[in-house]
Design a protein around this ligand. Sequence first.
Ligand code: DX5
Ligand code: ZN
Length: 219
Amino acid sequence: MFKLAPSILSADFYRLGEQIREVMEAGADELHIDVMDGVFVPCISFGMPVIKSIRKNCPMYFDVHLMITEPIRYLEEFAKLGADGLTVHCEACSELGKTVEKMKQLGVKAGVALKPATPISAIYEVAMQLDRVLVMTVEPGFGGQKLIPECVTKVKELEAYRKKTGASFDIQVDGGIVTDNVKAVHEAGAEVFVAGTAIFGGDIRQNVLSFKEEITRAD
Ligand code: DX5
Ligand code: ZN
């Protein structure tokens, strides 16, 4: 399994609909939607009204990455808006178990994300309930950063843990993913690749195709 999830954080918001259609038609698997609250991370990105508008016009899988403090407060709203998967940061939840339980109750795919400095042990208590673990390969908050190599080691650790426990979550990576490093990160154990700048900077269709080609070769 190998999935590409373009992050619209790097899109041109004046042409958002058009650019989403481009990634979809070029064969991207999921749409990665970064919600930032200006508290958990320094930036504020976008929120409910944007998701509502694109949901009406786009049938893709919506992978919503919540970089917000105490996301449990908003899970129901995001689910109602049509998120297919929600990913919360373990560092942002005072009660991770309850937060994951809530996502499961809402019938969305449940994901937990780890900042670069957070060890994989932070997800052990909920690992068997998770559909996805997101290993951040940069500090969350901004697109266009370089991948931190130590985070790839963390992907390997997580893959070993998954094997040992028989957990069924997929491993997603986000931050600094480019066609040149996707193979190595895949070999480390990741299957779902978020890419912002590498997709929306330049020829979108061509970028998606290049990723897909690289991915097929690595698979
Ligand atoms: C960063 C976001 C990412 C971001 C990735 O906090 O979670 O999804 O859009 O951007 P690139 O691919 O440019 O590093
Ligand atoms: Zn993201």
